[in-house]
Ligand binder design. Structure first.
Ligand SMILES: NC(=O)c1ccc[n+]([C@@H]2O[C@H](COP(=O)([O-])OP(=O)(O)OC[C@H]3O[C@@H](n4cnc5c(N)ncnc54)[C@H](O)[C@@H]3O)[C@@H](O)[C@H]2O)c1
Length: 465
């Protein structure tokens, strides 16, 4: 048998790649991870989940102080924004966490190969001019922003930006136009709206947040409008013209009609992400992409090429850090001869706006396509903790199979929906029925009681409505 430099070489140190590399090393495999960025952690830690949450959290405090939520509780303050300090704590959050991964690599003896990797053959990759051989190579290269044809992104200039540029603005724009009413548009649009920008979201489809339950999408639109965002649904962007530090965004109804021009100081392009496969040399190993530009794998995350595996945003499924992490664990275990499994039917998704929007499993629409369902809903207004905290918006919805009562999906809009959804995911992972959730004792007073009550509502017997 050939001698290799490594048992496992992971390409990419995002949440999928670094977790996979650490697990492989923990399982006794000699492991390296190639990463060309100057810090580990990929998009999520450097320019995605973590910095956006740092700004979302800080701007939420600012709005609570400014917008009257604190005054309702007897705390009267007139806040002053120090954007440099707010941006500084964002950078600190990122450097603390990316540095933490470097520490974990050293602790677990994962070699960081600094540079972008390219296949020479299925067991040989080149990184920064050096070649390394590995018995197994895991592609975990993530994704990057989908460009909008004809619209040039220039994060340094700061007028037409992507999510990375929108994190780094040095001043609050007076007017911001967000192209795309998905997760990034709503999270980063919320940050700058809270800090004082007039935000207009232009969405091609007739509703925000595609892929989520329709009740949730409609409620989300109502909430964002109430918060002061302007939503232009069923609208497409036909051009963006930049003059100096300003932009003019031309939009028209998606199905055609009269054009309108929107003025903007900042335009955020957030119309989705696409897998990072360019420059990997996949042609050298004969690995083809599917029609969506993704790498296909089997249930174990093995590609068609022997010894080459793939996980995270480059393979089909939701582009979510936690999905990639679980796949990282699973692929390492499979390489080590154990049984690594990810249940793709139970992957929670969270939009970290305020209130948060979260879901796991099927939407009501998708569940109905498969057969008869029972649905229970409970408004957060009737949840004692949410009411006490002045958080009236949102609801919980539990969707169960009409015959077996097995829970098929749970959707929440609530201040802490991202935390609440974990119990729903765990219940579904264990194959719970709505009755199982309804008969589980939930601590009082907590937001999570709304999940219990929605589960009780599946059979028509909630207490507090
Ligand atoms: N909290 C989170 O979990 C989180 C946060 C950020 C990003 N992400 C992930 O990153 C990925 C990218 O996020 P995103 O928000 O860019 O994509 P998205 O797919 O969530 O939303 C993009 C939106 O843009 C719309 N759109 C597409 N083309 C358009 C056009 N020409 N004009 C107007 N609207 C258009 C789509 O209909 C869609 O609503 C997603 O997969 C998302 O799951 C997740």
């Amino acid at each position: 048998m050939a001698d290799y430099d490594y048992d496992v070489l992971v390409i990419g140190a995002g949440p999928g790649g670094y977790v996979g590399a650490i697990r492989a090393a923990q399982l006794g495999l000699k492991t390296a991870c190639a990463e060309g960025r100057e810090t580990l952690g990929g998009t999520c830690l450097n320019v995605g989940c973590i910095p956006s949450k740092a700004l979302l959290h800080a701007s939420e405090y600012f709005e609570a102080a400014k917008g009257g939520a604190m005054a309702k509780m007897g705390i009267k303050v007139t806040p002053e924004l120090d954007l440099d300090v707010m941006q500084g704590q964002r950078k600190d959050a990122v450097s603390g966490l990316t540095g933490g991964i470097e520490f974990l690599f050293k602790k677990n003896k994962v070699d960081w190969l600094k540079g972008y990797a390219q296949f020479k053959d299925a067991h040989t990759v080149e990184v920064a001019g050096k070649t390394y051989t590995a018995k197994n190579v895991v592609i975990a290269t993530g994704s990057s922003v989908t460009p909008l044809p004809g619209v040039e992104i220039d994060n340094a200039k700061g007028v037409v930006v992507d999510s990375t540029g929108a994190l780094e603005l040095s001043a609050v724009p007076k007017k911001m136009v967000v192209i795309g009413g998905g997760v990034i548009g709503l999270e980063l649009g919320s940050v700058w709206r809270r800090l004082g920008a007039e935000v207009t979201v232009v969405e091609f489809l007739d509703q925000l947040l595609p892929g989520m339950d329709m009740d949730v999408r409609k409620e989300a639109s109502k909430i964002f409008k109430k918060q002061g965002m302007t939503l232009k649904l069923s609208t497409k962007v036909t051009g963006v013209e930049v003059k100096g530090k300003k932009a003019k965004v031309t939009v028209e109804p998606s199905k055609g009609g009269d054009a309108e021009v929107l003025d903007a100081d900042v335009v955020l392009v957030a119309i989705g992400r696409r897998p990072n496969v360019d420059g990997l040399g996949l042609d050298k190993i004969g690995l083809e992409l599917n029609q969506r530009g993704q790498i296909e794998t089997d249930h174990d995350f093995a590609t068609k090429v022997d010894g080459v595996w793939a996980i995270g945003d480059v393979i089909p499924g939701p582009m979510l850090a936690h999905k990639a992490e679980d796949e990282g664990l699973a692929v390492a275990e499979n390489i080590a001869g154990l049984t690594g499994i990810v249940n793709h039917d139970v992957i929670p998704g969270v939009v970290y706006t305020q209130p948060e929007i979260a879901g796991v499993g099927l939407t009501e629409e998708a569940a109905k396509e498969r057969g008869a369902v029972k649905v229970g809903k409970f408004p957060m207004l009737a949840n004692s903790r949410a009411k006490t905290n002045h958080e009236p918006d949102g609801f919980v919805k539990v969707i169960a199979d009409a015959e077996t009562d097995r829970v098929l999906g749970v959707w929440c809009i609530a201040s802490v929906a991202g935390t609440m959804i974990a119990q729903a995911a765990q219940a579904m992972e264990f194959g719970a029925t709505s009755e199982d959730i309804a008969y589980t004792c939930h601590a009082h007073p907590t937001h999570s009681e709304a999940i219990k009550e929605a589960a009780m509502a599946v059979t028509g017997k909630p207490i507090h409505i």
